[in-house]
Design a protein around this ligand. Structure first.
Ligand code: DMJ
Length: 557
């Protein structure tokens, strides 16, 4: 319910928002946080039934990251959208109970904490996507409460990770390994990932900069993001063999001893649906001299994300894919003969995830190209066709390789209401509903208001670092970066979509899309028809990716 608050407000469902707000404030402000049911409603007894027993008091640990992005972020967003100060108090009370997680030798937080005040669970390693994705909520807390502790703990944690003695160097200098020890401050592996375990840490670099009004005091965040993007272009970017679809791989651990040869990526390396979030991060950072390369990459990656849907028999994307030459790869897909393209399912589940709609939302806002809305509509109608449950709610699917989705998992993650349906709705709403110059959406889709950095007269704690301490080699663009971007984008923006230089499969680039096509009454949804977006994709395409919204880098807020 907390995760749905901001969506209810934006959609103008005021009665539902009021009821949800009252329930959430009552439970989160006054609950003991000592039971596993701390966030669950105790349902009112039905007529003729005994009341439910009170929840047992059992000490549990909650995840610092998940509690922050869903609960603290959800409450703060609802407070800023609605102007209800009681939601700020609830967020601050909850976040205060997360602070013991930061009581570590380095300041890098443990991943789990007891909300009742019993302390944090010491784990060997902290995960990058978790400790690196707290800034938006904690900076906003300091802004709204005047209490600097929230901003200080998260920026100290980030500074401690940046000070690790085994930072990555060379072309990987902008990336951080996915695990770090909160006790020693050393990275515990050399795995880098833009998907799970890494993802939102990179998202939060550009969004922290945007949240602080893109001002000079927040420049360290965008320097870090730019360096990460350069490294992703240089070492993680791949193209699929036939359709040349751009995708982001994972860099496995590698032996980095003197003279060691680099370990090549494994064939059929997976890309997770999660990774599609990176499109939006690039769009937000696409200003000044980097605008063209970022928009080009965002556009090409979004094409791959769309193909994950378009080449699926159900019209909904697998949770993870490999991008390979289908004829060289054993394809267990039941619809194989009628499908084409390089996208092969690696984890066929559909979990109602938001990242592709999120990518389309940012591209739509930046370019006004109707193709993005056509694609979003196809995804939305497939969700409605296959995932809406009789009696209410939505469900995930077990196997997207089947037109019918291969059965249901009967689970509705809270991000469906927080993110997936919000991004779909925003794609068909006026930009004035949520201007991105005034709002930044956290990684759970909760809008937070742009405001000056709350510390030191507007300067992040990272501002005090020397350029070489912020990034190995300093903050200036590295000599190899321009060539890395040229290589990453050498097949051109949208070439995979247009089929300009690569073989185009029969029947259009859409393929699959069975449920989406069926939902729109198109050709029986049997996968032989071009997907709606491909047929309609002649709108206001903007191949250079020039922004319409005129935000400028370094504008000082
Ligand atoms: C969301 O809970 C958040 O976006 C998180 O950062 C990772 N992804 C899920 C939804 O897929």
């Amino acid at each position: 319910m907390c995760d749905a608050l901001s969506t209810l407000w934006l959609m103008n469902l005021t009665d539902e928002f009021g009821a949800a707000r009252d329930w959430v404030v009552a439970h989160i402000t006054h609950a003991s946080f000592a039971t596993p049911r701390a966030f669950e409603a105790v349902p009112a007894p039905l007529p003729g039934h005994a009341p439910s027993p009170p929840p047992q008091r059992i000490e549990v640990h909650v995840g610092v990251f998940e509690t922050t992005i869903r609960y603290v972020g959800g409450l703060l967003s609802a407070a800023q959208l609605s102007g209800d100060a009681s939601l700020v108090d609830a967020a601050a009370a909850l976040a205060s109970r997360l602070l013991p997680a930061f009581n570590t030798t380095t300041g890098i937080p443990f991943g789990w904490v007891q909300l009742s005040g019993g302390g944090a669970r010491a784990a060997e390693s902290a995960v990058l996507s978790e400790y690196g994705s707290l800034t938006l909520e904690f900076l906003t807390l300091s802004t709204l409460t005047g209490d600097p502790r929230f901003a200080e703990v998260v920026e100290n944690a980030l500074a401690a990770a940046l000070a690790a003695p085994n930072r990555l160097v060379g072309k990987r200098r902008g990336l951080l390994p996915t695990l770090v020890s909160p006790s020693t401050g050393r990275f515990a592996n050399s795995v880098v990932s833009v998907g799970a375990a890494g993802d939102s840490a990179y998202e939060y670099l550009v969004k922290a900069w945007a949240l602080c009004g893109r001002g000079a005091g927040a420049q360290p965040y965008v320097h870090l993001f730019d360096a990460a993007a350069d490294s992703i272009a240089a070492v993680l970017t791949r193209r699929s063999p036939t359709q040349r679809l751009l995708h982001i791989g994972e860099a496995p651990p590698r032996h980095e001893g003197p003279g060691a040869a680099p370990v090549p990526p494994p064939p059929g390396e997976p890309m997770q649906h999660l990774t599609c979030y990176f499109v939006g991060a690039l769009v937000l950072a696409a200003e000044g001299p980097r605008a063209e390369r970022y928009m080009g990459y965002a556009s090409a990656l979004a094409e791959t994300c769309w193909q994950m849907y378009a080449q699926s028999m159900s019209g909904l994307a697998p949770d993870s894919v490999v991008l390979v030459n289908r004829s060289d790869y054993p394809d267990p897909d039941p619809g194989g003969p009628r499908r084409f393209g390089d996208v092969v399912s690696a984890d066929a589940r559909w979990q109602l995830r938001p990242e592709a709609l999120e990518a389309l939302f940012y591209l739509w806002r930046a370019t006004g190209d109707e193709q993005h809305r056509d694609r979003a509509w196809a995804i939305f109608t497939a969700i409605v066709a296959l995932c809406s449950q009789t009696g209410g709610g939505f469900t995930g699917l077990l196997d997207t390789r089947f037109k019918t989705g291969g059965g249901v998992d009967d689970l509705q993650p809270s991000w469906l209401l927080a993110e997936t349906l919000k991004y779909a709705w925003l794609l068909f709403s006026e930009s004035s509903v949520l201007p991105l110059s005034e709002w930044v959406l956290n990684t759970e889709g909760h809008p937070l208001r742009v405001a000056p950095h709350p510390l030191n007269g507007g300067a992040t704690l990272l501002h005090g670092l020397q350029p070489r301490d912020l990034l190995p080699g300093g903050t200036a663009e590295q000599p190899w970066a321009a060539a890395a971007w040229r290589d990453a984008l050498r097949d051109g923006i949208g070439d995979a979509a247009a089929g300009a230089t690569h073989p185009r499969p029969p029947g259009g680039a859409g393929g699959g899309g069975g449920a989406a096509a069926a939902a729109r009454g198109v050709n029986g949804g049997d996968g032989d028809a071009a997907a709606p977006a491909e047929r309609a994709g002649k709108g206001r395409r903007n191949p250079k990716g020039v922004r319409r919204s005129g935000m400028r880098r370094g504008g000082g807020g």
